[in-house]
Design a protein around this ligand. Structure first.
Ligand code: C2O
Length: 508
């Protein structure tokens, strides 16, 4: 593969994606940040400079496996010190998957302030289409900064957000508003179809807390990939998408003319708060049309909060129910001490940004500080393919759904159901189950994930609801600790302690 180089400057500024001006954080001055494009097998070299005044930062390449490069996974407190204001960190890793994903700050709530962008990784064609329309971000958005909302969120009940954006844009009604920040002039996302052509959308949920049911009035969706996994294509009138998930979708322009709503489709039954509707964009067949569509949706509102069912294109799951590896079972609950905290097996992962665990590995210190939530797995042999099965059981009684994301791997979803796990493989689906990197843990239920232990490193497992991650709903998964290796050229970075960064940790 060739080397592809990018430069990202992390900046503070203002933005008005829906016509309401507020402060935000940007990559190179824009929200979303620039789309990073590479080919399967390329080496990506990304220079990230922190040009903010007082915040540290750290960038994560969501879903990228970081095979052998755990040190570039971008999780402050796990794999690196925050990048201090004025400093640059160069991330270097190989593109070993293809499809659609996103990159985002993994530092506190920064991605909710605008620090996200798309990644398009080109690989073998798995479908025919005429035009690639690129990333389509579905997002919830607030006129109040997420760091301010945190003061409400940390008490347990998530704050209500103001609107939803499609590809970083929407309209907001400022008529009659006396708020001088409500300047108006927001636009809806629009795209133009030519009758008979096929278009590819890369739909990505980058919300703080929303679950969406994406659809386009009058059009059928053909789903060809999820997360970074090619799947057996299926057609549907809508896809449900949880935070962090991606769907690669082909839409055939089968109408002759007209204007159609493209709908983000906030699913209020799956996310705690209700959000104003109107999260829409427009598909036009006539580029000169300026009228609002009059189309209506025929989609049946989704009633389940589980993920889309589908089959992976390459099954590759050599697990059978009669011969399961040890099942690691984790118990999700919550506690309240000064603020609402989620616990897994009674402890919360509250990252100490000043002392990354991976650094502790290199300094020879204990990697198991008791106030963290760390699970270690070491395969018994280095030759055989070994599997891990991780079950997360919700025992909170709250009935909330959690989009669970695993770093350093994708996984097969063996079970995703309400009720109590019985400790055995009896409920597991091993017949080509969905493979992905974010799956929903159903409220009052459990999620069982299988993945190969083939990537030594320190990896996070966490809920991608922004509030929940900040409330400790994470595990650190240290895989094959004795085999973790870091490029000698990079070692100095990871043997530093982060003390000089302490003053750049924002208060939460
Ligand atoms: Cu989208 Cu831990 O990341």
């Amino acid at each position: 593969g060739k080397t592809v180089e990018y430069w990202l400057s992390v900046e503070e500024g203002s933005c008005a994606p829906d016509g309401y001006t507020r402060t935000c954080m940007t990559f190179n001055g824009t929200v979303p940040g620039p789309t990073l494009i590479a080919d399967w097998g390329d080496n990506l070299v990304i220079h990230v400079t922190n040009n903010m005044q007082t915040n540290g930062t750290s960038i994560h390449w969501h879903g990228l496996r970081q095979l052998g490069t755990t040190e570039y996974d971008g999780v402050p407190g796990v794999s690196q010190c925050p990048i201090a204001p004025g400093d640059t960190m160069t991330y270097k890793f190989r593109v070993t998957q293809y499809g659609s994903t996103w990159y985002h700050s993994h530092f506190s709530l920064q991605y909710a302030e605008g620090l996200f962008g798309g990644m398009i990784l080109n690989g073998p064609a798995t479908a025919d289409y005429d035009e690639d329309l690129g990333t389509l971000f579905l997002q919830d958005w607030s006129h109040i900064e997420a760091f301010t909302l945190w003061n409400t969120a940390k008490l347990g009940a998530p704050p209500t957000l103001d609107t939803g954006l499609i590809n970083g844009t929407n309209t907001f009604d400022c008529s009659g508003s006396t708020d001088s920040n409500c300047v108006g002039g927001g636009k809806k996302f629009e795209t133009v179809f030519e009758s008979g052509k096929k278009y590819r959308f890369r739909v990505i949920n980058i919300a703080i807390e929303g679950v969406f049911q994406f659809s386009i009035d009058g059009h059928t969706l053909t789903v060809i990939g999820t997360d970074l996994v090619p799947i057996v294509p299926y057609t549907t009138d809508s896809v449900q998408i949880a935070i962090g998930q991606r769907y690669d979708i082909i839409v055939e322009a089968n109408a002759a003319s007209g204007d159609y709503w493209l709908r983000g489709g906030w699913v209020t039954t799956c996310a705690t708060n209700s959000n104003p509707d109107g999260m829409t964009g427009i598909v036009r067949y006539d580029a000169s049309s300026t009228s609002d569509p009059t189309s209506t949706s025929t989609v049946t509102a989704s009633t389940s909060c589980s993920d889309e069912p589908y089959a992976s294109l390459v099954p590759h799951l050599s697990l059978d129910v009669g011969n399961m590896p040890t099942i690691t079972s984790e118990d999700l609950s919550f506690t309240f001490d000064s603020y609402f905290k989620w616990t897994i097996n009674s402890s919360s992962l509250l990252l100490d940004w000043a002392e990354p665990t991976l650094m502790k590995v290199f300094n020879g210190d204990s990697i198991f500080p008791t106030e963290y939530n760390v699970v270690a797995v070491q395969p018994s042999s280095s030759t055989a393919t070994e599997w891990a099965v991780l079950v997360i059981q919700d025992t909170t009684g709250l009935g909330l759904n959690h989009p669970i994301h695993l770093h350093g791997h994708d996984f097969w979803v063996l079970a995703q159901t309400t009720g109590m796990f019985d400790g055995t493989a009896s409920s597991f689906n091993t017949a080509n189950p969905p493979r992905r990197d974010v799956a929903t843990l159903p409220g009052n239920g459990y999620l069982a994930l299988a993945f190969q232990l083939d990537n030594p490193g320190a990896w996070l497992v966490h809920c991608h609801i922004a509030w929940h991650a900040s409330q400790g709903l994470s595990l650190e998964f240290v895989e094959s600790e004795s085999s973790i290796s870091v490029d000698s050229a990079d070692q100095t970075v990871f043997t530093n302690t982060c003390n000089t960064w302490n003053s750049y940790i924002p208060t939460e």
